[in-house]
Design a binder for this molecule. Sequence first.
Ligand code: XLS
Ligand code: CA
Ligand code: CA
Length: 440
Amino acid sequence: MTWFENVNKIQYEGPKSKNPLAFKFYNPEEQINGQSMEEFLRFGIAYWHTFTADLSDPFGAGTALRNWDKYDGMDRAKARVEAAFEFFDKIGAKYFCFHDVDIAPEGDSLRESNKNQDTIVALIKDYMKDSDVKLLWNTANNFTNPRFVHGAASSNNADVFAYSAAKVKKQLEIGKELGGENYVFWGGREGYETLLNTDLGLEQDNLARFFQMAVDYAKEIDFGAQFLIEPKPKEPTTHQYDFDSQSAHAFLLKYGLQDHFKLNIEANHATLAGHTFEHELRYARVNGILGSVDANQGDPLLGWDTDEFPADIYSTTLAMYEIIKNGGLGSGGLNFDAKVRRGSFEQEDLFYAHIAGMDHFAVGYKVASQLVEDKVFENIIDDRYASYKEGIGKDIVEGKADFKSLEEYALNLKEIKNKSGRLEVIKATINQYLLNAYAE
Ligand code: XLS
Ligand code: CA
Ligand code: CA
């Protein structure tokens, strides 16, 4: 039985290939800095967008044609597992990610939902035995069902807090069962719609209590996955508590959770927060909390979370620069939390889209490696901050200056000379690296 009969295993054919079912830039075996592209990039497939979603949007019904949709319920869930593992093998991705509700339907009770999870998890485990695909992360969907209308861990309703905890407990057990390398918390409904009926202080305290319970339980069952918080500023709530990297970091520090969590940075969430993707990565990197990446992009003309496949090689280059400077993503990876457009409804579009995403990150990786090797940004920054390497600047960073010594210094300054930031030449240099990387 095959679910993608028109597609064979995707091969690398090089930049000149015109075959839409081949990689042009992602060559899994190519060595960069003593590591293969495959080892460094750690691509992951998002189960929800690729196998579960039907491409509906708030204005229209689903358009996706998926041949496993001829089944219903648990039969469909089983067919999806088969299709998923065929897809992982053909596209050559070594990781996948899922929410509980992506892999198995919810039952009429929590008990029945858990039973459905167990059946499908056993099947996934069987497939994993025969392949080298690993679980990058799993998570509990505590946002879709109407019970989460007022939030999950930050709900005003303690019964919902308890129910949410039970769902995360189950997913921690499943993560352990499947050898998950990370576990994600995305607070889709952890925020508020209006302050007029919200106890913001209690909600945040409860969210922290919830995270601490998760940390304690993972320890109790000896589940060593890296915990990740995925920031997003809004959507579906008006204001989400894990707004961006910086606010998620402040939250972790306030509640003493910083040793247990890193961040899962999503490109589209960065732009929704009014930041660039690289800003979010940089903030996480310099603070030692860059854990994993949800690789997609938004549409600057649409103000919502469009989760498009990454196509902007300027952005993937600057993102890969951060990841290289971070020394890679450790147990994290590049998960395509991206969906084909509603108009790209054929099954083969899933391959075209992932090939494009993988190629665009491969380009970014290659160009960023060259930028790092040539110390392009390092030299610019060294030169720009040179005033802190000697004299008064050195005193400041070494803690030898105070307001009195600085005043004395300033009173004797004859003239302040600034240097140009040279932004135009820097941008031109990046474009030159991009254009030259594959020139003959
Ligand atoms: C939604 C989020 C979500 C998380 C996992 O915007 O990206 O899919 O990645 O719950
Ligand atoms: Ca995401
Ligand atoms: Ca998203």
